[in-house]
Design a protein around this ligand. Sequence first.
Ligand code: ZN
Length: 467
Amino acid sequence: MYAQFVKHVSLPLYHWWHGSDLLRNIRKFEASQWLSQERLRTMQWERLSRLLEHAYENVPYYQEKFKEIGAEPRDIRSFEDFGKFPTLTKRILQERLADLTASNIPRGELVKGITSGSSGQPTSYIQEKASNRIRAAAGKRLTGIAGYDLGQRLFYLWRDSPFVIDGDQVRLASDVQASPSSAMASLKGALHARFGVENQTLRVDPTLMTEPEMGRVYERLRSFNPHVVISYVSTLYMFAQYLEANHLRGVAPRSVIVSSETLYPHQRELMERVFGCRVYNRYGLSETGIVAIECPLREGLHLNQEILHLEHVPDAFGYTQLVVTDLINRGMPLLRYETGDTGRLIEEPCRCGRGLCRIGDLSGRIIDQLPTQLGGHVNGQLFATFHWIDGVKQYQVVQEKIDAFTIRIVRTPSFAEGNLAPMFQTIRERFGRDTSIRVDYLESIPFTRGGKYKLVVSEVTRQEVPR
Ligand SMILES: [Zn+2]
């Protein structure tokens, strides 16, 4: 009942108060998802043509690329032509951020963000504020496909990015003092809470999932009684195992959405058994927001197609890599951006009737859970934090035994051994003071089969884990 009140009374009032067009935009996307694939392709093409013109006129990096291939936007007449445009990598994004930023958009209209780093290279990116509002609506529409309705209670077992943007610098959130909020901001915050928008969402950080911590998460989850639970695959799978082993019941969401990692059938099966509802796979990128989500038929993930163009491109390992183009962010156009994830684009219509094309055989990041001799597991995401150590170009953390780690490092000239101290300290705090740590210096970090870069590898078998 309360969810209905929030959906039909508080939320519209709140958005009206803020002059927000979110609800109107969500309704537009809810309608356009049923359009034919052909109509959706036409919509994408109109947006892409305008974006190419804009990039050619205003973005130095793309001016350079057009020149290199000896073309102008009008020479790109089809998606096939566009498929020959040079791809953009995370490395280029890191190195050429300023050149990728549009010169004609006022700075006040842009926001800077930072990726989680779990894919191996944390990257800054720029988004146009106006595009974020559209993206939020399109994302909410996709979440709706997986059973979420506006106004419902959402439980996030999710870690906020460990990084923040502080001026022009990227810093660890824990190193930056929170700035005192303005009177206006606190008034808005109070209204937000009062109108029942804020208290419909609960976030819990799952970085360190020890047994006592999982017990606390269970209690909070039970008393919050969410309609929808959103988490990482590995985290929620481990939590579901814990609930089952301890016969803990009373958690009955209507839908569970997992994200950020490859979802295996055995993981889905166990989570569905424990939570008693469907588990939906979601795929997203910090740079583009939610990319795709499963519908109740779960025969692939429906793409956020009105705002994203997706291609699958064969790579050197015989897989097809997903390459995405963000059609609405003029602040820093992402044209043919290599995601590093593999999958297959399905254009045949889905039996659910939605026109949005789908991604099949999605294989994303694999993030290990690392057992500790202190009890419980540490989520491998913890190690995404160390990308900002000076002199470290790339690294990989390998847990060889429960109390022995090897850190593989590719150095830059500014490297000094002392820079690794925070990394050593974090490992010993979480895994025990006597944990042995070896450092190997390499020229490059080997890729896994399938061409993935794995940030964290645990070689500890389950049998070795103390109960
Ligand atoms: Zn469908």
